[in-house]
Design a binder for this molecule. Structure first.
Ligand SMILES: Nc1ncnc2c1ncn2[C@@H]1O[C@H](COP(=O)(O)OP(=O)(O)OP(=O)(O)O)[C@@H](O)[C@H]1O
Length: 289
């Protein structure tokens, strides 16, 4: 199976927010980073993938299965980290693991204890007395302790200190080593993705703007700087968004080689960061995508 998650023509309206006819495919065996501004719809999409929200229209399948008849099997094979505390707050980790363990076919108590030790989490302290970062670590320890084939994490690095963030990214790299697993995770910290992502999905206002391998982004997207005299109706078509500055223009292109061919040495072409791509694509004219 090439795609571990497939969304076909999915629509969902939540009051003022709408996802309309979304198609998304997440490749098996890779790490996909899910990015987009606040309110873009990343959490909503993850909830649709987890069946915590149901689409108004369209289909969601995970492992090639649908939730109508395979909910338990799908959930058994997913490790999910959500951006707010999903545990019973007055319980401690020891009790929670006893409640959670029977729900999973492959729960591994030793693995769980190893993560608890690594994250230096207390087993006997009620979750409500954990800091935000500790709660996130507890969530991560649970998600990684039942041999899940698919790990879905909504902003797992938010609230973690730099050392813990690095530790988590190392763990995620380790769990990917045997090639059996797939990770989808959202983050606002784009440097997380530089370390481990193979694919990037960018979302804006309920819409997937792109879903691309990292190497393709690095090869094709670039920042172009030059004199505004170079711009006219024809040449502007090479850019996704153009900023006109007093001393020239600065623009994002998704076709760096074409820009090089057309403008040659009249422009400067620079590598683009994910943050810059997000900045330029927000509110851009997507007919150029
Ligand atoms: N239960 C709800 N009822 C109404 N609107 C909602 C509900 N949940 C989310 N929304 C709205 O849907 C939009 C998308 O929210 P979502 O949490 O999916 O975005 P996000 O990309 O995860 O944002 P962030 O990066 O800030 O976490 C927002 O405008 C939010 O206000």
């Amino acid at each position: 199976m090439e795609n571990i998650i497939e969304l076909h023509g999915v629509s969902k309206t939540l009051k003022a927010f709408t996802i309309d006819n979304m198609n998304l495919r997440i490749k098996q065996g890779f790490v996909t980073g899910f990015i987009g501004a606040n309110g873009a719809g990343k959490s909503t999409t993850m909830k649709l993938i987890m069946n915590l929200l149901q689409p108004d229209n369209g289909d969601v399948s995970v492992f090639g299965l649908d939730y109508t008849s395979h909910e338990k099997e799908i959930k058994d094979r997913i490790g999910f980290v959500y951006d707010s505390n999903i545990f019973y707050e007055s319980l401690n980790l020891k009790d929670i693991s006893k409640i959670v363990a029977p729900a999973y076919t492959h729960w591994d108590q030793n693995q769980f204890k190893a993560y608890v030790d690594q994250f230096e989490l207390p087993l006997n302290k009620p979750i409500k007395k954990f800091s935000k970062g500790m709660q996130m670590k507890a969530s991560i320890a649970m998600a990684l302790s039942h041999d899940a084939e698919l790990i879905i994490m909504d902003e797992p690095t938010a609230g973690l200190d730099p050392t813990s963030r690095r530790e988590l990214l190392d763990i995620l790299q380790e769990v990917m080593v045997d090639g059996r697993r797939t990770i989808l995770f959202s983050t606002h910290i784009t440097s997380d993705l530089d370390r481990i992502a193979d694919y990037i999905v960018l979302m804006d206002e309920g819409e997937i703007l792109f879903d691309k391998p990292v190497y393709e982004l690095q090869e094709q997207y670039a920042i172009v700087k030059g004199s505004t005299e170079l711009l006219d109706a024809d040449t502007e078509a090479y850019f996704i968004k153009i900023e006109r500055l007093p001393n020239g223009f600065q623009a994002l292109t998704k076709d760096a080689s074409k820009v090089k061919e057309v403008f040659d040495d009249h422009v400067v072409i620079e590598e683009v960061s994910l943050e810059e791509i997000m900045f330029y694509m927000k509110g851009a004219n997507h007919s150029y995508d």
